[in-house]
Design a protein around this ligand. Structure first.
Ligand code: NAP
Ligand code: NAG
Ligand code: NAG
Length: 321
């Protein structure tokens, strides 16, 4: 009985609250975007999936710094709402919405064509859009929809915009990966939805591994051009990323997340650091952790021979024959 009294003592509640507070404060990265005075006037940036979550806060930051910002979104109404919000919050009216569905190669080509017609320069590209928890579905291009959205679409987009970015150098390409890449494997039949288990979001883990692998190969191809390409882990972030999961799962994510996960604004910090900070100028082919430190990604992500093969296969799959 005396033990029960001990365990029920209010001091535990107080200690738990203090611990939660400490964890919450620790969550903040060491780099503060608001303290970074870099201006982006005269620079153009594209952020994919900029209508919500991490992407919206990345775009908001670029707009605050005076950039011409292009929100690359798939939904017109959701994109419009974000556009209005960003213009209202920053007073920068040089923010524009362009529609793209990254799961469709035709849509990516249409989008890139329009960008190449309309934009004189492109200095920053953030490949942020991504999906998690989608069931198996094959796109009209013959790819698994998660692979198309998270990897092949952004891969093609980056390549189609590459000459413009090179002409505008110095430039930075930032691709959002995830800690989950560490559990991913490489099997090129996955692209077509073969041999994949969708259990525990295996497919998401694979796509996030390919993100880093191809970004590293891209960085090697960009040596000497003044354009850098890096991957970023935003951390575990409270966004709509769980929207395709069952309700129970989402509730749990949100309850735990309220205390321990980053807000979408905090989740944007490592990507903003990679895209604008003076400290990261010239750094390329690297993987940034959610606290903005440089880290080694998983061994498969560092295999240069595998990267060359992966890049060439993706080039072939996304080329128009
Ligand atoms: N949240 C996390 O804990 C976490 C952890 C590690 C990595 N990440 C990565 O961070 C990135 C952003 O995620 P988030 O958490 O901000 O997720 P989110 O809130 O779900 O936002 C995802 C964004 O991607 C867009 N998108 C999805 N499918 C698209 C398509 N086919 N074409 C064009 N845009 C598409 C969405 O547009 P709609 O709103 O129109 O659907 C939305 O704007 C993703 O790459 C994700 O993998 C997130
Ligand atoms: C995907 O990655 C997450 C995070 O590392 C892990 O919890 C999950 O088990 C992985 N899924 C599979 C099937 O390995
Ligand atoms: C993938 O599946 C196909 C049949 O769909 C099979 O022939 C092939 O061996 C499998 N590859 C791997 C690596 O499991």
């Amino acid at each position: 009985m005396i033990w029960m009294d001990f365990l029920c003592h209010p001091v535990w509640a107080v200690l738990t609250a203090v611990l939660a507070l400490v964890v919450r404060l620790q969550r903040r990265g060491s780099w503060d975007p608001h303290a970074c005075t870099v201006q982006l006037k005269g620079k153009t940036a594209i952020v994919t999936g900029a209508n919500t979550g991490i992407g919206k806060f990345i775009a908001l930051d670029f707009a605050r710094r005076g950039a011409r910002v292009i929100l690359a979104c798939r939904s017109e109404p959701r994109g419009r709402a974000a556009l209005k919000e960003i213009i209202a919050k920053t007073g920068n009216s040089n923010v524009h919405l362009r529609l793209v569905d990254l799961s469709s190669l035709d849509s990516v080509r249409e989008f890139a064509k329009r960008i190449l017609q309309e934009e004189k320069a492109l200095h920053i590209l953030v490949n942020n859009a991504g999906v998690s928890g989608l069931p198996r579905q094959i796109t009209k291009d013959g790819f698994d929809v998660s692979f198309a959205t998270n990897h092949l679409g952004p891969f093609l987009l980056t390549n189609l915009l590459l000459d413009l970015i090179k002409c505008s150098a110095p430039g930075r390409i930032v691709t959002l990966s995830s800690l989950n890449h560490g559990k991913g494997r490489v099997d090129f039949s996955h692209f077509h939805g073969d041999n994949i288990s969708y259990f525990l979001d295996n497919v998401y883990n694979h796509t996030k591994l390919h993100n880093i692998i191809c970004t590293n190969e891209l960085s090697r191809r960009l040596q000497g051009t003044g354009v850098t390409a890096n991957s970023v882990n935003p951390g575990v972030v409270m966004t709509e990323v769980m929207r395709h999961y069952p309700l129970m799962f989402r509730c749990l994510f949100n309850i735990v997340g309220f205390f321990f996960f980053k807000s979408a604004e905090e989740g944007a910090v490592s990507s903003i650091y990679c895209a604008v900070a003076e400290e990261t100028e010239g750094i390329t082919g690297k993987y940034f952790e959610s606290d903005c430190s440089l880290a080694l990604p998983a061994p498969l992500a560092r295999d240069a021979a595998l990267a060359l093969k992966d890049f060439e296969i993706c080039e072939r799959l996304t080329s128009k024959l």
